[in-house]
Design a protein around this ligand. Structure first.
Ligand SMILES: *Cc1c(COP(=O)(O)O)cnc(C)c1O
Length: 240
């Protein structure tokens, strides 16, 4: 993905493709939020994405994210103005939760009770409520994290006892396909699962969000109802 292009060239290309996917599926572009995934780039490039207007930044490992978070959001408050909203999109070890909560607003990888318990504990210490996506392994690939689709209903019921964690939706990763169209069944299944859970469980706060779609397949994900797409390579670029 030609990192020779500038950020603003990449951004206008991506925005045009988002708009076209929305038009094809009768959706409004403001229903689709972009998370600029900065995991492959330097602090300077992450800042550039933020200045280009991407308010939501995503990272998948605390060890790598730490310096970036510190540089961009960790100052003494004199940075002034608007701050990015950070999304933790990678699998999260329970012993890293205390580092991440309070810095990352959203967690996209909630996939087990022990993790929920720790998120709830750390969030309640800070007096905040953390919006979480439940990660679902729709494709069934061994390499993918997440609950099996049939496990999500019981998991959601277990979460109802936590007061500092709020499930807002579902997240999945599709397998990489040379032909992105082939990812459609995965994204469609995540949307159908969300709708079925909302109907079945009659949650007080229904699951509204779908975090799905990456550089290779975001257009298909949008057509299937994504409300958050996570774009690294194609938007922010890849360095080193
Ligand atoms: C790296 C990553 C992305 C972005 O990947 P690209 O294909 O570069 O857009 C999205 N989601 C998750 C969970 C990731 O780890």
């Amino acid at each position: 993905m030609s990192s020779s292009n500038t950020m603003s060239e990449r951004a206008s290309d991506v925005e045009a493709r988002i708009a076209a996917a929305c038009a094809r599926s009768g959706r409004d572009t403001n229903q689709v939020n972009v998370i600029a995934v900065t995991k492959y780039v330097s602090i300077a490039t992450a800042e550039e994405a933020f200045r280009a207007g991407y308010r939501h930044l995503g990272e998948n490992r605390w060890q790598d994210a730490q310096a970036k978070w510190q540089a961009i959001s960790g100052g003494d408050g004199t940075n002034g103005g608007e701050q990015p909203v950070w999304h933790f999109i990678g699998s999260l070890q329970t012993n890293k939760v205390k580092d991440v909560i309070g810095k990352f607003t959203y967690i996209h990888s909630l996939d087990r009770q022990s993790l929920a318990k720790e998120i709830d504990k750390q969030a309640s210490r800070l007096g905040i409520v953390v919006p979480c996506f439940i990660q679902v392994n729709i494709s069934g690939e061994d390499s993918k994290h997440g609950l099996g689709p049939e496990q999500v209903s019981a998991f959601l019921q277990e979460l109802s006892s936590f007061t500092s964690l709020r499930p807002v939706g579902l997240m999945t990763m599709a397998p990489y396909e040379a032909e992105p169209e082939e990812t459609r069944p995965v994204f469609r299944a995540l949307r159908e699962l969300r709708d079925k859970l909302n109907e079945e469980l009659k949650l007080q706060q229904p699951l509204t969000e779908l975090s799905m779609g990456m550089s290779n397949d975001f257009e298909v994900a949008i057509e299937e109802g994504a409300t958050w797409i996570r774009l690294g390579t194609i938007l922010v670029g890849k360095e080193g």
